[in-house]
Design a protein around this ligand. Structure first.
Ligand code: SAM
Length: 434
């Protein structure tokens, strides 16, 4: 992949607070409750969701959908404001995370009591068997980025996992498992995110049990403070946003706020790989491949021979022109690797997949429904600029949506091309089938 270094630059508009781009994407201190239980590096901030739902007059009588809901920023924010919501997510790790983050109907005392008992058992085991490190099976280990986690912190995480498992599976004590995922990434691992996932400083040891317990104390405090909002419905569906209309009642959605993947060569399954392996959502290559197949094609690592999303943009000149420009640039530069040869095709698959999704959800929308899609420009494919928001708006229009605006959320400077990469909110309205 052609690396384009991106720099944030100062710009004004949209967000309610903070002048700089990083401030716009920041999680404000007062928003930490629940959102902070586990956050995905590519999440948008809760205040963005709030701003748009507020502007559209969405209240507790309406229903919001996030079809690419990731770790649940939209659904959590809705629940905090008493708004019923539905989240759809194809990656089982993110689906589990979001499901747990909207589960406030648990007994806080029971969670903490169980956590204390688990911690004592784990502590005793770690002290008793200091030299006998637990490891992951080979098939799972090879899914991880090399050196993701050092032997001792991994041992502690695996002992902790074993002790949690003795108490109950992921459906019995989801919060304990979620805290394990967070601790594994933030405390135990050597991973760094920025926004690409990579390997940072090697941690020989880490206070895994203590961090896990502290996370649970935070979770429990939030559940106690959110007690009155626990009954607000927030339904999570594990599904592919390109094929989901049968899972949700027709004409039941008043607003959509979401951020799909961007066509930028990021392997979304890589960002959550450690948690995916530790929570056993993927135990080998076959299971990982199955997960990737359920995701929108946004990078050349998940393109398959049988893919046909590109059919949806076959007669769409802008997308065809982009794919042709990428392919011509590849030939001109003499780039011949298998991945480079797929750059044009994945661009068509990406926009085709988004077209498929936008067509699929139409029956679910009430006439007058507002939709906000947060997307970013990209120049990852041999520096050919993809104005994602503009192309998406054109596709939406061709499918019967009205394009209300394309709002600038923030900008990044691609230092290699000196061009501005815009991150935008494409605002659409569904007026019903004409
Ligand atoms: C930019 S992230 C969304 C982040 C989210 N706003 C949050 O708060 O964490 C895009 C998400 O779309 C998911 N995704 C990708 N393809 C999908 C598909 N076909 N159906 C449903 N979800 C998909 C990815 O797994 C990822 O979690």
């Amino acid at each position: 992949m052609e690396q384009i270094e991106e720099k944030e630059i100062k710009t004004s508009p949209l967000a309610t607070r903070g002048g700089s781009n990083s401030a716009k994407n920041r999680l404000f201190d007062e928003d930490r409750a629940v959102h902070d239980w586990y956050r995905f590096v590519l999440s948008f901030p809760p205040h963005l969701v709030r701003d748009y739902l507020g502007k559209w007059g969405v209240d507790g009588h309406k229903r919001v959908l996030d079809p690419f809901c990731g770790t649940g920023t939209t659904v959590v924010e809705c629940k905090k404001h008493g708004i019923p919501s539905i989240g759809v997510e194809a990656n089982p790790t993110s689906h589990f995370t979001a499901t747990t983050k909207v589960n406030w109907s648990v007994c806080p005392k029971e969670i903490l009591r169980t956590a204390r008992e688990v911690m004592q058992t784990a502590q005793a085991q770690i002290q008793q068997e200091p030299l006998c490190f637990r490891t992951l099976p080979h098939d799972a280990t090879i899914l991880l980025l090399k050196d993701s986690v050092s032997p001792l912190p991994l041992h502690k995480v695996l002992v902790l996992r074993e002790c949690i498992e003795q108490r109950g599976d992921k459906s019995r004590f989801p919060h304990l498992w979620l805290a394990l995922a967070k601790t594994a990434v933030e405390t135990a691992s050597n991973l760094k995110f920025g926004p690409e996932v990579g390997i940072g400083k090697n941690k020989q040891d880490a206070p895994v049990l203590e961090a896990w317990y502290r996370t649970l104390e935070g979770i429990v405090a939030d559940i106690e403070s959110m007690h009155d909002l626990a009954p607000i419905p927030a339904t999570m569906i594990h599904a592919d946003a390109r094929h989901m209309h049968q899972l949700i009642p027709n004409c039941s959605i008043d607003a959509v706020f979401t951020s799909p993947p961007y066509p930028n060569e990021k392997d979304y399954s890589r960002i959550t790989r450690l948690e995916t392996v530790l929570l056993e959502f993927a135990r080998d290559k076959k299971e990982l491949r199955q997960i990737k197949k359920g995701l929108l094609r946004s990078n050349t690592r998940n393109v398959y021979k049988e893919d046909d999303d590109d059919d949806w943009v076959r007669d769409f000149p802008v997308v065809q022109a982009l794919a042709n420009a990428i392919e011509s640039r590849r030939i001109e530069l003499g780039k011949t690797s298998g991945f480079e040869r797929l750059y044009g095709r994945v661009t068509k698959l990406y926009f085709g997949g988004m077209a498929r999704h936008l067509a699929d959800i139409r029956p679910l929308l009430r006439p007058g429904a507002r939709l906000g899609y947060v997307v970013g420009d990209q120049a990852s494919y041999l520096r050919v600029m993809i104005r994602t928001g503009e192309v998406l708006a054109e596709i939406a229009e061709s499918l019967g949506y009205k394009v209300m605006s394309i709002d600038l959320f923030r900008t990044r400077l691609a230092t290699a091309t000196r061009e501005m990469l815009r991150e935008e909110v494409v605002v659409l309205e569904w007026q019903g089938m004409q």
